[in-house]
Structure formats: C-alpha cells, structure tokens
Design a protein around this ligand. Structure first.
Ligand code: XIL
Length: 467
C-alpha cells in the first residue's frame, strides 16, 4: 500500500527518535554518507524528492521510467493534470494521463503531487468565456470532480497557481479575476476542502522564493486562508537562474512554516546560459545543494520537486531562449554535477566524482567519417502548439557535423528552436549543428536540439547527413 507523505514522515521520525536515543549519537553521524540515491536520502529524511513527468516519455521510454523509479519518491504531472488536459470541453473529463501517472506512482511506492486546479495558463477556451456566476460553478465543478476522481491517490494539490502578478504584489489580471473578483481564490479552496478533506491544499507560484512584494502578498493571503483552515501548504516553484538562489530563501520559507504551513519546492530548475561551461555546471551543483539543504533543514518542508528529468526534457530552452541545461541528468541519463549537489544537500553521499564528459570543449573532435540517422520525438503537445526534440544517432563511425532535412506532412511550422540552425522553405526544413553539438561518438544517440512547432504534432521521416 502506498504510504501517504504524512505517514511516511511519522514512520521515519519514530525510527530516528528510537535510534538516536538508543545510540546516543547525532543524526548527522548516524546517517553520514549512507545514501547514494536522491530517493534513499529523501526517504531517510522523510521528505519527498519529486520530479515532473512527461506523459509520452512515461509511456514510451523505459530508461526514463527506470531512472525516475530509482531516484525519486514523488511525481507531478508536467501537463497531464492541468485543466486543458482534464476537461478539454465542458463536462467531458479525461483522466487518462493522470491515471497513468498515478498507476506508475503506486507501482513504485511514490506520492503524487497534484498540479494544478486553477491557473490562467493551459485552461481551455470554454471556461475563459463564461460569465462570473457560470465560471464560478464551472471552477467549483472542475475542482470537485477532479479531486474526487483522485481522492486517496493524490494527497497534495496546487489548488491555485500563479494568482499574483509580478508587479507590486497585485493580484494577477487573469480571466478568473476579471470574471469573479478576488474572492475566487477563497471559493476555490472551499471547494477543494469539501471535495477531499484529507488532501493538503497549496498555493503555488514563481519568483516568490525570496522575500519580496510578491511573496509578501502570498504571506498575507496565507494568513487569511489559514485562519479559515483552508490552506495547508505553500509551493515555491524555484525556476531559478544560475548563481541566484535568493539569500533569504530559508528565512522566507520559515515565515510560512511559522504560520503552521508546510512548504514545498515545487518546480525546481536552475538554468544556465548556453553553452554551459564546466565551471557553471559546478556552480549549478552548489545551487542545487543549497536549495535541497534548505528544505532538508526546515521542520515542515514536505519536499523538493525538480521540473523534469534530463536537460533535454526541460521546458526551459523553449521559454527562455539561449538558456538550458537546468536539470540533474544529461541526455544520456547520466547524473550531472548538479545531481551530486542535490544529493549532498539531502544528506546523502554526494562525493562521487562528477562525470567530466559534460564539457563539450574538452572532448577531442572525432574524425567525422560516419553516417547518421535522426528522429523527431514529440515530447509535449498542448493543443495550440507542441515541442519536438530531435534525436540524432551516429552509425558505426563518429559524426563531426550534421545536417537534417524533412518535409512537414500537414502544414506544420517551427515557431522557435534551440541548439540548431534552422531554415524552412514551404514545408521543407533544413537544420544543422551549431558547432558545440556537432560531434557525436560512434553508436551514440544524443538529444541534439529542439523546437516548438505550430499545428498538430508530427514525426516525419528525417534524413541525416554527416559532415
Ligand atoms: C510548463 C511545462 O513544463 C511545459 O511542458 C508546458 O508547455 C507549459 O507549462 N509554471 C508551472 C508549470 O506551474 O505548470 C509550467 O510547466 C512551468 C511554469
């Protein structure tokens, strides 16, 4: 049976008390250097180490599933529990993506953090056009039906996401606010509490990791909701930039804990301007260590969730042009220095030598005598657009530069791309390397570059020509 997070912490805490009392030693001595996976270390702390999961990779990629099962004890649907996925047209619910994730979590004894019920993005058009009263009914119905469906399976929910704007802590000017006024937040929490009284209810946002006007606004809202017993936790997304973990992050989270709330790092990634140097990857390790340390050190931090598994799976390059490499694993499923940093921060053994193959400039250029093949991997499809990653495999010889060609089947086009030079003419596309990603060792497959496409997603046949 799946342990809820509350029970997991209770069980672990019991063990710790008995063991430390009996042996008369401190926690740090007792657990020093024991754990060599993130999951092992987080289990010992009794907290979640979570990851955002991409539904199509979950279905199609065994290595991806194995890596998640080994390293994480909690999962969040990267897109599959958002409103546009769950209720694409009014009254017709589709739980298939979330059900797949819940099944995976139960097979692997993981918790599921629900994301998200009320958000201004990835909400279907139909709800955005309703009048105030009709929108309130539809919002409450969405919350009730979704939470009832996963009652007992999803123990924590981001009830509202990103409801405060970036300027002066004003409420975000969303279609929700415009139709219903500020009360919609309280109504959402009332519906959520009634739907599943056993679930922990969170607010969640970005740029509130440190103390600022935006996090102050949440602090004030949190006080009001706590007074009505409508709020259990505060989620800090932590989409961070290299070297910019806020100096007062711990203090900020602590003030929410002091309100009687749990806190959670919900969407951690730390982006680097590309291409990343070895030094930057080491800095990133320190940043990840700091964030996991903060959670590990707080009495009521329920866990840290990383927003994706491998760098190539991340949303970052598509949204922050020029930035990438924000996660813990590279595209060959190998841990980056950041992984060891995060492990160390959780009290595990992060001493392992980080792999050095990360640094493209230190790899001697191979002789480019090979042939190659390539395919487009559809990693995301949100209806109004989609994300493709392009996987290139070097055949029997090393590749030292590549050019790809394909033809779109039905009017697709590329809206933005990263890590390749792309040109299009009508439906035909040509893409070539950008230097630092030219070299592929014989027999190796790399997630070389990616793009955001318009129209419906497609995986046309790609011709790969090696230089
Ligand atoms: C992102 C996903 O990672 C992308 O795949 C999707 O295209 C857009 O949404 N804040 C959130 C998350 O709360 O839901 C967002 O996830 C990232 C920002």
């Amino acid at each position: 049976m799946l342990l809820t997070r509350k029970r997991r912490r209770a069980v672990i805490a019991g063990v710790v008390t008995v063991a430390t009392a009996a042996l008369g030693i401190g926690l740090s001595t007792q657990f020093a250097s024991a754990q060599t996976t993130l999951r092992g270390a987080a289990d010992e702390l009794g907290i979640d180490i979570g990851v955002a999961v991409n539904d199509s990779l979950l279905q199609n990629n065994q290595a991806y599933r194995d890596l998640i099962a080994r390293e994480f004890n909690s999962v969040t649907a990267e897109n599959g529990m958002k409103m546009e996925s769950v209720q694409p047209s009014q009254g017709s619910f589709n739980f298939s993506q979330g059900d797949r994730l819940v099944a995976f979590a139960q097979q692997n004894d993981m918790t599921v953090h629900g994301h998200t019920l009320v958000w201004h993005n990835q909400s279907p058009g139909w709800i955005q056009n309703l009048s105030g009263t009709a929108m309130r009914q539809a919002m409450e119905n969405h919350i009730t039906t979704t939470m009832n469906h996963w009652e007992g399976d999803v123990a924590t929910w981001d009830v509202v996401n990103e409801v405060v704007s970036d300027s002066n802590g004003q409420m975000r000017d969303s279609f929700w606010l415009r139709a219903m006024g500020e009360d919609y937040i309280q109504w959402a929490f009332e519906a959520a509490r009634a739907a599943d009284p056993g679930a922990d209810l969170y607010m969640n946002d970005y740029s509130i990791d440190g103390i600022n006007a935006k996090s102050d606004r949440y602090y004030q809202m949190a006080q009001e909701l706590v007074a009505q017993d409508l709020l259990d936790g505060m989620g800090f997304q932590a989409h961070l930039i290299l070297g910019q973990v806020p100096g007062n992050m711990e203090q900020n989270l602590q003030r929410f804990v002091d309100l009687g709330l749990k806190v959670r790092i919900t969407e951690l990634d730390i982006r680097i301007e590309m291409p990343a140097t070895q030094q930057e990857l080491e800095q990133q390790a320190q940043d990840f260590q700091r964030v996991t340390e903060i959670c590990a050190g707080l009495a009521d931090c329920s866990g840290v969730t990383v927003w994706g598994v491998r760098d190539g799976d991340s949303w970052v390059p598509g949204v922050f042009p020029g930035y990438g490499a924000p996660l813990l694993f590279n595209d060959s499923n190998q841990p980056k220095p950041a992984y060891y940093g995060a492990l160390e921060g959780l009290g595990g053994d992060g001493s392992e030598e980080p792999p050095t193959t990360e640094e493209p400039t230190t790899t001697p250029p191979p002789t480019g005598d090979g042939d190659c093949t390539a395919e487009i991997d559809v990693v995301n499809d949100w209806g109004s657009g989609w994300q493709g990653n392009v996987l290139i495999t070097a055949d029997s010889g090393a590749v030292n530069g590549w050019t790809l060609n394909w033809t779109w089947p039905s009017g697709q086009s590329i809206t933005s791309s990263w890590n390749a030079q792309v040109s299009s003419s009508g439906s035909s596309v040509t893409a070539s390397d950008v230097g630092w990603n030219a070299n592929i060792a014989a027999g190796q497959t790399v997630n070389a570059w990616g793009f955001v496409g318009s129209g419906s997603s497609a995986s046309p046949q790609v011709t790969c020509t090696a230089a």
